[in-house]
Structure formats: C-alpha cells, structure tokens
Design a protein around this ligand. Structure first.
Ligand code: ADP
Ligand code: ZN
Length: 743
C-alpha cells in the first residue's frame, strides 16, 4: 500500500510513502500520520491512497505512525481541501491548517484534566445519612447535582474546601465519577455551566414558516445537493425554520452544521440553539475563536467520532468532521465576516455550498438582506428561493424616518451630532421608560482630527490613514497598526488652536446624548469595550434587564439581538458606509439600514427608526426606508451588470507590498505585462495602482484587479505564472479570490 502525504512542514509537495503491514488497517484517506523527512518525523495528512508513485516502490520510505484511529478529514473534506487549494490559490498546507485545529494536529501538547460528575442519584435516606456522617461528601455531591455538566475536580475541591480524599470516598460509594478530559479552558474556569442555555417549547409555525419548512424538508429528504435561499424580513422567524431543519436531520440520524457570522456576538442565538438541541438529547458543539486547545480537541473528537452530530460556529465550523452531513445552515449569509482575510482567503458561505455539494447535502442560506451574489444565483436557477414576508405574530415593520442633515446643519447653525427629531424621540422614550439604541458605523475613519484653519488631518506615520481620537485618554490611535500618540492641542501643521473632531465616534455621540438626556443611563459598546470579553455580556444583560436607557454602539452589536423594550433605533451617520471606494458600498449601506432597523419594535409596541444622512435621496436609503429588497436588488444588479462587476463576473484582487515603493511598482507593472501576454482577453486587468490605503505598517501597497467569467480557469494560470517569476525577497504578493473588502 502506498499513500500520498502532504506534510505540515513548511512546503507544498505531495510525498509518497509505503505503509508498513501493521499500520494498513488504520491508514485511510484523510488520516493524520507521521512521516520521515530529513531524519525527522513530521506530521502530514494522507491526501491520496494508492497513487502512482513518482519513484520505484522499493525506494520509498515507510510511514512512521498513524496519529488517531479515525481520519481527521472525511472524504468530502479531502475533496474540499483540494478544491480550496485550487480555487483560492492557497497553499495546501495552509488549507489543511485552517481545516484541522492545532490541538488535533499535535495531540501531545494538550494537558489532561480530571473532572467530577454525578454518577447516580442518591436515595433520600442515603443523602441524609451522608449529611450527618460525612458533611463534606454531602456538600460536594449536592454541588455536583446542581451542575449541568462535569466540573473540573480541582475547582470543585478548591471552591468547597474539600480534599481529594472526599472525592475518592464519593467515588467509592458510586455516587460520583471522575473523568479525564483534554483541557485548557482558559477564561472559562469561572463559568461553571459552560455557557448559557435557553430552553422553551417550540412555537407553532405560522403559515409562511410552515411552507418554508416543508420546502426545505423536501430537499433534505431527497439527499441530493440543493441550495435554498431564505429571504425573510427581520423578525420573521427564520431561526425557527433553521431549527426545524436541523431537528429533522438529527431525528433521521444525520449531522448538521450551523454557521453564524460571529459566535461571540450572538450569545442569544447560540443559547437558543443549544437549549433546543440539548433538551432533545443531542450534544451540541459550539465552535469559536475563543476556545482553548483542549476544548477544541474535545469538540472535534466528539464530532469525528459521531458522539455529537450538530455543531454551531463561526466560519471555520464549516470544516467540522461530522459524519453523514445532511444540512449546512448559513445564518446572515450576506455577512462579510464569513470571508477570512488571511490565507486561505475563503468565503465560509461559498465553502458551505461547495461542501454540501460534495456531501449531497442541503445548504440553507438565510438573511433579511441576501447578498446580491446569492440573489443572482436564485435568478439563474441555481438556488431555490423561499420567503417570509411578515414578522411573527403580525408585528409591524418599523417606521423609518429620514433626516436630511444638510437642513439640520443650517437650522442648528453648525455641524450637529443629533438632529432635533432624534432628540425629541429619545426624550419621549426616556419618559415612557422605553429603550433606545444608537448605531454608528464601525469603520474607524470617524472622529479623526482636522484643523479648521488649514484642513490638516493627522495621519498615522506608518499607515496613511487618519488617526482616531480617543477622548478617554486624550490620544490619537491608528486602527490599523495600533500606533498612538497624545492628542495635540494646536494643529501640528499650522499651529492654529482650531482643532476639531470630524466624524462621529461612539464617544462623541455619548457626550451629545449626555447633554440632551442628563439623567438617562447610557452605555457604550465599541471595539474598546468589546475587547473585554465579559464586559460585552454584562452590558447586554444590563440592557435586557432595563438598567440602561440608551445603548450606543457600532452596528456589530445589533447582530441577532432581540430586545422587546427597544422602540427606537437611531442611525447617526448613514453616509459613512456609502462614501467608500468599494462597488459594494450601496449594498452594504442598504444591508446596514435594514438590519439596524430590524432591531426596533421586536416587542409588543411598534418600533421607530431615525436615519441621519447628508444624501437622503440615495437609492440605498430610499429602498431601505420602504423595506424593498427586491426593488433595491433590481436597481443595484442593473448597475453591476452595466459595469460587469460581481455577481456578473468574478473579481480577483492581487496585492503587492513591501518597504520600497518603486520596487513594488516596478514588479507589479512587469507582472501585469506577463499576465496580459499569457491570458490575453480571458481576463480584464485594472492596475497596477496604489491601494486606497497606500501604506500599512510601513509597507507600501499596490494592487491589480482581474475581472473574469470563470475564476476556476484564471486562478490556476495566475498561480502557474507566479511560479515563473523570480520574486525578490522584499516584495510580497497575495491573491484574494472573490474579495469582500476592496481596501
Ligand atoms: P429572524 O431571525 O427572522 O429575525 P427570529 O427567528 O429571531 O427572527 O424570530 C423572532 C422572534 O419570534 C423570536 O423571539 C422567536 O422565538 C419568535 N418566533 C419565531 N417563530 C414563531 C412562531 N411561529 N410563533 C411565535 N413566535 C415565534
Ligand atoms: Zn498605523
């Protein structure tokens, strides 16, 4: 038996090995193995079984060992890896490293920890006797009884002041059992139940939901590849549809993957899912970036062994090694967060669709504002469209009011943060004890420092972007590289004392609100507060409990949150997302408005939305006001078609960067000539041009754009050409296929 192995050792090459007799039963396609390379034993993955070797068999070396008794990648995942390698022009090693967590690739690094759990319930008189005779044992047992899951032994003993002998005695009685787990639960040590679980009876589906559920069910039943796009307005009960589909799959013995854009930002959704699946007896793996290595290994093993059949997670959960995959749900499929911005630069949604295809599974994409890519696939007959046009229980869609800030500026004689209308509405809410959310676009260009006299804007010396002003510690910070300096009191260029703050940061909005609502309780959520993991959850809990009147934050806080007492939502500056050099700027703005508005009026009272803008007539704003996705898509797809932008063609972004701008430019220009010669009219090239952000972390950046009908034709050609050019060490170049960010 011969296998082709991709080593994880810093180079891309498939190496052939013989499999010794005693390992034959264990080595399979997708197995992690150790192989000899230059007198060392390196980890690698079996990508081919019985290939035609490139050297005579006698000269092949023997594979050293197999790492697990199950393959790390199922056959569909091996295929998926090969596809990603080709489609995204990513090194095979990088693809495999993205797919297989480090804890699995190198099992030895993970510590093992002892856990305690109740082994059997105690009889009433047994417990009474124990309380008398051995109160310590009773205390430990009763504590464990209140936990949902096994708890770390050392923590139990420390917290209750008990010794190991107490635990041993309980074990001897058969009341408690000890288990060994792979652990490194940093940050979760104080979280005794391992995360929130919300339980509740499933609601009765309304007619629209029932129709969608049966449409999706039919596809799941057929066990053939199908993609459904669920377009449901905000609050229409899409999550309930996803839940029913997952439940159907689990009941039939299959597995399901449920993707959300960001686990940390959707604690409510995750708690709801876990509640539903776990009360039906299905162990649910939650997969996100804050997991410790040990937790990752546990979750992975549970899925690979079939012990768990459902995983909820951010984009990398699309690689979960589940068996019998029948369904992948992609919630908020339009979210740019699904795209990974480092190698391999894959799009979680597109990978989900491709994996579903390889596994003959159903892919269910859902959104209130579908991406135009997915919508075009519906029109082209590739995806099936399902719709939910009404909010659950006939709740009204929120009323959106547009404030023309040009008029507001004239009225209030100067730049203003909050319009009269918004202030009036907020005051009304405060008096009625209802809650308000104010959103500000997250992009960091806000609150840059500008001199009123000479117009100077203070930029980062390393990144050519404006520095952001932070009031709290009187500093200017670069949001790209973290560079900071004290904020100047006079203009650094002309020395005039007329410095003012352009744009709206969350802090500035907070101050404006304090002025008009001095007695209101405010809280701010932005990247600064969100970096403290627990603070984020605390604020949400306080807001839910009604301890906060006005919540101010970036649009990220709006994801999947459902606060019944929020009756007013303000979007302070709708223009920030619209005036950026990106052909998706309109789409993003439309999505932002609709999603943000969707946070209002989820309870019994109707919601109101106030949108402040200097360009009230813009399509994105007008269609959002009418909640008219189809109208918007019609117009915007027309524009895309006219310019032959995606989804009508694929776009590939090529970035060249390095410390020497002349050299970068020279190589980029030279390269473009090569491509023109080799590919001719198969590709339309734009550039090279300096990137919109010319300099990041002291590296200069040039970019080239390729537009083409089929990325699968062009990417391999570009990769081949890359191999033919001799690149200098200080010129780095990166291909990004189907980019989501054009900066
Ligand atoms: P969406 O994801 O479309 O914005 P959700 O799935 O979050 O909407 O549903 C909004 C609210 O309606 C949730 O609180 C959910 O529990 C509730 N809900 C969903 N379906 C029903 C139903 N059929 N009957 C009653 N309540 C429902
Ligand atoms: Zn910088």
């Amino acid at each position: 038996m011969i296998v082709g192995v991709q080593p994880l050792a810093g180079f891309d090459k498939l190496l052939h090995y013989k499999v010794p007799e005693n390992l034959r039963a264990d080595v399979q396609l997708g197995s992690l193995v150790r192989v000899p390379i230059m007198n060392q034993h390196k980890v690698g993955l079996v990508l081919e079984v019985d290939p035609i070797a490139d050297v005579p068999v006698e000269r092949l070396k023997n594979l050293t060992s197999v790492m697990q008794d199950y393959p790390a990648l199922t056959p569909d995942l091996v295929e998926l890896a090969k596809w990603m390698h080709g489609y995204y022009a990513a090194r095979m090693e990088a693809v495999l490293e993205a797919m297989i967590p480090a804890a699995v690739r190198d099992g030895t690094r993970v510590k093992q920890e002892k856990y305690l759990a109740v082994a059997r319930p105690a009889l009433a008189d047994e417990l009474a006797a124990l309380r008398k005779k051995a109160p310590q044992q009773a205390k430990v047992f009763e504590f464990l009884q209140q936990q949902f899951q096994p708890v770390k032994k050392s923590l139990v003993l420390a917290r209750l002041g008990a010794t190991a002998a107490v635990a041993a005695a309980l074990e001897k009685r058969g009341l408690v059992r000890e288990e060994t787990r792979h652990v490194e639960r940093i940050g979760y040590a104080d979280n005794w139940t391992g995360g929130e679980v919300v339980t509740g009876l499933p609601p009765k589906l309304n007619d629209e939901q029932a129709a969608v559920v049966s449409s999706v069910a039919a596809s799941i039943e057929k066990r053939k590849f199908a993609v459904h796009l669920l377009h449901g307005v905000t609050g229409s009960g899409k999550t309930e549809v996803y839940l029913r589909a997952v439940e159907q799959v689990l009941a039939a013995g299959g597995s399901a993957i449920y993707l959300v854009p960001e686990v940390a930002l959707t604690p409510q959704t995750v708690a709801r899912l876990r509640g539903r699946f776990e009360s039906a007896g299905h162990k649910t793996v939650v997969w996100h970036s804050h997991l410790g290595e040990g937790e990752r290994l546990d979750g992975w093993t549970a899925l690979a062994s079939g012990q768990a059949r459902v995983v909820v997670g951010a984009r990398s959960a699309v690689f979960a090694p589940v068996r019998e995959l029948r369904l992948i749900v992609v919630d908020e499929e339009h979210e740019p967060a699904y795209k990974q911005d480092e190698t391999p630069r894959y799009h979680g949604r597109d990978v989900a669709v491709y994996r579903a295809k390889l596994a003959n599974a159903t892919c269910l994409l859902g959104s209130a504002t579908p991406s135009l890519e997915s919508f075009a696939n519906v029109r082209g007959g590739k995806y099936r469209l399902d719709v939910l046009t009404k909010r659950v229980d006939d709740k009204k869609m929120p009323d959106i009011q547009i404030v023309d800030m040009r008029i507001e500026v004239m009225r209030q004689r100067g730049l203003v943060t909050l319009s009269r209308l918004l202030v009036d509405h907020m005051q009304g809410r405060f008096e009625r004890r209802e809650q308000t959310i104010l959103f500000i676009n997250r992009r960091g260009y806000s609150s840059s420092m500008q001199c009123r006299k000479c117009g100077h804007v203070e930029e980062c010396p390393h990144c050519s972007v404006a520095m952001t002003y932070h009031r709290a510690d009187e500093t200017l910070k670069c949001h790209l590289c973290g560079h900071q300096r004290g904020s100047p009191v006079v203009c650094p260029k002309c020395a005039a004392p007329d410095i003012r703050w352009r744009g709206l940061g969350t802090q500035r909005v907070e101050e404006a609100v304090r002025r008009v609502l001095p007695r209101a309780r405010l809280e701010r959520m932005d990247t600064d507060t969100m970096s403290k993991k627990h603070r984020f959850r605390e604020i949400l809990a306080e807001f839910r409990a009604g301890k906060i009147d006005v919540l101010i934050g970036t649009q990220m806080i709006g994801k999947g949150l459902d606060f019944p007492n929020v009756t007013l939502v303000g979007l302070v500056d709708a223009d920030l997302s619209m005036h950026v050099p990106d052909f998706r700027a309109n789409e993003r703005t439309f999505q932002l408005l609709v999603q943000v508005a969707g946070r209002a009026g989820r309870g019994d009272r109707a919601g109101e939305v106030v949108v402040q803008t200097f360009t009230p007539k813009a399509d994105a704003i007008q269609f959002a006001k009418r909640a008219d996705f189809n109208g918007f898509a019609e117009v915007e797809l027309g524009v895309r078609k006219k310019f032959a932008y995606p989804p009508y063609r694929h776009l590939i972004h090529h970035i060249f960067r390095g410390p020497n701008p002349e050299k970068i430019k020279f190589f980029a220009e030279h390269w473009v000539k090569q491509v023109e010669k080799a590919l001719g009219s198969a590709v339309e090239i734009r550039g090279p041009t300096p990137s919109p952000i010319e300099k990041v972390k002291d590296e200069y950046r040039y970019q080239v754009w390729y537009f083409c009908a089929r990325a699968t034709k062009i990417v391999p050609e570009l990769v081949r050409l890359q191999g033919e050019v001799k690149w200098p060490k200080d010129v780095t170049q990166v291909l990004d296929v189907d980019p989501m960010s054009l900066m």
